[in-house]
Design a protein around this ligand. Structure first.
Ligand code: ASP
Ligand code: MG
Length: 471
């Protein structure tokens, strides 16, 4: 028995043309596999619109949320009318969508009354985009001759109650999938499952975090023992660099799981980082494909890499960052300063993207998103107030407007000279490196450069290291 799990991201199911394109892909694939399971995101922009409606309601702006809800309703209605002929199926679908919209109005109204929105309430609202779109896409498949049924992942993906970033319980989820999804496959149906959402054991709706539909498809692929998982997006696959920055950027035909891990972590918005875990262990191949260019093979993500030694696979950037420095000669040999510094950072809920400390121990630096700088600086200053007073620590300060560049490649491992080529390219082009970190995994090197230098840095590294790699 062969099973394919596919996932369509927001732009792949975000317009009439996209939905038709996706439906044609599924129709074709149902000829090649015994069973196809589809996971869909909300239409592009809908999750954001839902969250903004909730926000407007929480600040008492009834007019704003009403307009937003009307827009969401209108967009779905228009889409349905363009996709389906007049008739019973279309009327039934329209009625279902109207019921979800009504539910949304009720949710927003109660937020308005209460004057606040909880994480739990946020998830109930955010889940509506996927719920509506699964119904739209399933009806379209059925109309095109692919017998289908929409399935709410609240029936399948059982999570903890960490709302907005819930963690699935794989054992319970596996059982639910056997119980609720397999029978549908046996009936010859192509289920369209809502991405992104789940439910607690008690049936309360949760979400897996923004971009969570990839995670859903990986969970389903794992629990169904799928032969392959295909993630459809609006680009040809994982690129060697951002094509808006590097015009020679090309699609990477094959990546190892570990490389994707580094890329996802470092902000290449291709795959949800947690996606990787459930399928890595089972060695299920994952493809990133383009809905709008379905004949292009895309990027294959495999367990092991065939990357040539010395090769760099890709370069990514993360923007809008600042580097925080804690400096002072009196820090030398004093244990606990790093621990206390990072505790102070954690108190503000800021995520640290990179850390570096010289062995002289006279400074610690780390990179955080710029918008958390004021809170983080205040928190550290409070934590080390005594050391500052004694001048053991001279100053705590931030340099804004920096970016992290990460070069990724399994071929870097055990191969001397790769970092020399990277830094050589930067040096030759007079680009200053503010800080450097290499994980002991040796799959990536990250460096901090100023925002002004970042674009050129990516270009020269791509030109001199990625393009010429292995040559
Ligand atoms: N619709 C959700 C979001 O925008 C999940 C997803 O698209 O993967 O975050
Ligand atoms: Mg999305």
């Amino acid at each position: 028995m062969s099973i394919l799990t596919t996932k369509f991201g927001g732009t792949s199911v975000g317009s009439v043309e996209a939905l038709q394109q996706a439906a044609a892909i599924i129709k074709e694939q149902t000829d090649h596999w015994d069973h196809v399971v589809v996971v869909v995101s909300a239409m592009s922009g809908v999750t954001n619109a839902l969250l903004s409606a909730a926000r407007s309601a929480s600040v008492g702006d009834e007019e704003a949320y009403t307009t937003t809800i009307d827009d969401i309703h209108f967009r779905h209605q228009e889409t349905i009318r363009a996709l389906l002929p007049k008739g019973e199926a279309r009327t039934a679908l329209e009625t279902e969508i109207s019921a979800f919209i009504k539910e949304l109005r009720t949710f927003c109204h109660s937020i308005l009354v209460m004057g606040e929105v909880t994480a739990r309430g946020t998830d109930s609202i955010a889940s509506l985009g996927e719920r509506m779109n699964a119904r739209v896409f399933s009806a379209l498949l059925a109309a095109n001759g692919t017998p289908s049924v929409p399935v709410d992942a609240t029936q399948l993906v059982i999570t903890d109650d960490h709302f907005m970033d819930a963690v699935p319980n794989m054992e319970l989820t596996r059982a639910r999938i056997q119980e609720n999804l397999l029978p549908l496959l046996k009936e010859g149906l192509t289920p369209v499952v809502t991405g992104f959402i789940g439910a607690t054991k008690d049936g309360i709706t949760t979400t897996l975090g923004r971009g969570g539909s990839d995670y859903t498809s990986a969970i389903l692929g794992d629990c169904l023992d799928a032969d392959e998982v295909w993630t459809y997006t609006d680009v040809n696959g994982v690129m060697t660099a951002d094509p808006r920055i590097v015009k020679e950027a090309r699609v990477v035909p094959e990546l190892s799981y570990k490389e994707v891990g580094e890329m996802a972590y470092f902000g290449a918005k291709v795959l949800h980082p947690k996606t990787i875990r459930p399928i890595i262990e089972r060695g299920i191949p994952l493809w990133v494909k383009n809905t709008f260019n379905p004949d292009f093979p895309g990027t294959r993500i495999a367990k092991e890499s065939n990357t040539k030694a010395g090769m760099i696979t890709a370069i990514t950037t993360i923007r809008n960052l600042s580097i925080v420095n804690v400096e002072g000669a009196g820090m030398l040999g004093v244990p606990g300063i790093a621990a206390r510094t990072f505790t102070a950072v954690a108190r503000e809920g800021a995520s640290v993207l990179m850390i570096s400390q010289s062995s002289s121990e006279q400074s610690i630096c780390f990179v955080i998103p710029t918008d958390s700088v004021p809170a983080v600086l205040a928190s550290i200053e409070e934590e080390v107030a005594l050391e500052l007073m004694r001048r053991d620590i001279d100053r705590v300060w931030a340099q804004e407007n920096v970016e992290i560049l990460t070069v990724i490649g399994a071929g870097m491992r055990d191969t001397p000279g790769v970092s020399a080529r990277v830094f050589g390219a930067l040096g030759k082009n007079n680009i200053n490196v503010v800080a450097i970190a290499q994980g002991s995994s040796e799959f990536s090197i990250s460096m901090v450069v100023s925002k002004e230098d970042a674009t050129r840095a990516v270009q020269v590294i791509h030109e001199e290291v990625v393009e010429k790699a292995g040559a």
